[in-house]
Ligand binder design. Structure first.
Ligand SMILES: Nc1ncnc2c1ncn2[C@@H]1O[C@H](COP(=O)(O)OP(=O)(O)OP(=O)(O)O)[C@@H](O)[C@H]1O
Ligand SMILES: [Mg+2]
Length: 385
């Protein structure tokens, strides 16, 4: 740990000794939280624990309640029902100046007339920090985000990514225990956003601050977060590591929201402990998935198969399951891979993600070519809701 980052580490909070401190696993605890705005219920009973030092992402489409939940964590919005505890202390009983939280907003406006260093110093000055300490802390925060050489510039003399880093320095300089980021990259274009995502993770790692961020960009959540909560209409519908939510979506909503996928509707015709057969009107053969489910025969289910799990062939596949025949209706060239849209005889369109290497091996099919799509028994995930 460098001196610079330890200078920014969350300061021990005075007064917390009087309350029950959390264990590392439930540093932030959100218990049965509901938020109502007149007739709108923006948050409908959320339970969530965030670990100390974790980078946690709230992911969901517009209007699902992400910002509202974040604003309640920041103490900017009251909680209609339920409770929020930070490090074992009830947020509602803490006066605003003692809340160990800092929020960076969806539109992180820097003060346009102030220099970079004045922007970063602003909050500290308000707290009464001055002299050498003020100078050191501002300098360390700017060094952390690699903006020390721009200290004298005004915001309009910086790029979008640089402004974003100054806003981050402004949040971190106050040594919050909990940092809340609302769409931190929304002002950045794609390329600089991807670079900034990695930088931000490294900075947060160095400082060791617990961070909850909101995004509607699933790639951003996947690359940055330790864990993700997928929200829909005020509720958390799935919670897990990026790998878990991507590979094992628990519902049609999660499967479609995190990445893209192919969904086949059908009915269970054979259910054994280690595998399951499904008949679907969308395919000429049965679907075979190498894991069982609990449910009666005939039960309607949906099978999710990711595009990168689907292979394209010219020759008919040999097995008696997991394939379909159709015509190429669209090809989206993505550089290292192409997305092939294949319309099956049933009218169902299947999307396959084919690498350039694999395309060479099958002599790059073009529009209207007849092809087969197939996948393995391990590729499918059975969804029952
Ligand atoms: N102050 C308010 N008064 C009334 N309704 C509100 C208020 N703030 C938010 N809402 C409503 O609560 C719901 C959730 O809003 P919220 O801002 O939390 O969504 P979000 O998930 O952050 O969306 P976005 O991705 O678009 O930022 C929306 O239906 C919104 O209209
Ligand atoms: Mg929002």
């Amino acid at each position: 740990m460098s001196e610079q980052s330890s200078a920014l580490k969350a300061a021990p909070q005075s007064g917390s000794a009087s309350s029950g401190q959390s264990t590392g696993d439930d540093f932030v605890r959100i218990v049965d939280v509901v938020k109502r705005f007149d007739e709108t219920v923006a948050v409908k009973g959320v339970n969530l624990s965030v670990r100390k030092g974790e980078l946690f992402a709230l992911l969901g489409s517009s209007g699902c309640g992400k910002s509202t939940l974040l604003r309640m964590l920041a103490g900017l919005e009251s909680v209609t029902e339920g409770q929020i505890l930070i490090d074992g202390e009830d947020l509602a009983s803490m006066p605003p100046y003692r809340r160990p939280v800092n929020m960076m907003f969806q539109s992180y406006a820097l003060f346009p007339h102030m220099s970079v260093e004045s922007n970063v110093a602003f909050g500290l000055k308000q707290e009464g920090v001055k002299g050498g300490e003020l100078k050191d802390r501002v300098h360390n925060a700017l060094q952390l985000v690699q903006m020390a050489q721009y200290a004298k510039r005004k915001p309009h003399q910086l790029s979008g990514g640089q402004q974003q880093r100054v806003a981050l320095a402004r949040s971190l300089v106050k040594r919050p225990k909990l940092l809340l980021l609302d769409e931190p990259m929304s002002a950045l274009d794609k390329q600089i956003r991807q670079r900034t995502q990695i930088e931000l993770v490294n900075i947060l790692d160095q400082v060791g601050v617990t961070c909850i961020m909101v995004t509607h960009d699933q790639e951003e959540a996947m690359t940055m977060a330790n864990r993700i909560a997928v929200m829909s209409e005020g509720r958390i519908v799935q919670l897990g590591t990026p790998h878990e939510v991507y590979e094992y979506p628990n519902s049609r909503f999660s499967a479609q929201f995190i990445g893209s996928t192919n969904l086949f509707d059908g009915n269970v015709v054979e259910d054994e402990p280690d595998h399951i057969f499904i008949e679907s009107p969308e395919l000429p053969v049965r679907l075979y998935v190498s894991h069982g489910i609990t449910g009666p025969l005939g039960m309607p289910v949906t099978i999710s198969v990711r595009p990168e799990r689907i292979a394209l062939t010219r020759k008919p596949p040999e097995g008696a399951f997991n394939w379909g025949r159709g015509k190429v209706t669209n090809i989206a060239y993505m550089g290292g891979y192409s997305l092939y849209h294949v319309m099956l005889e049933s009218g169902k369109t299947v999307v396959a993600n084919v690498t350039s290497l694999a395309l060479g091996e099958i002599d790059s099919p073009t529009l209207d070519d007849e092809v087969y799509v197939r996948w393995s028994a391990q590729a499918g995930v059975v969804l029952t809701s």
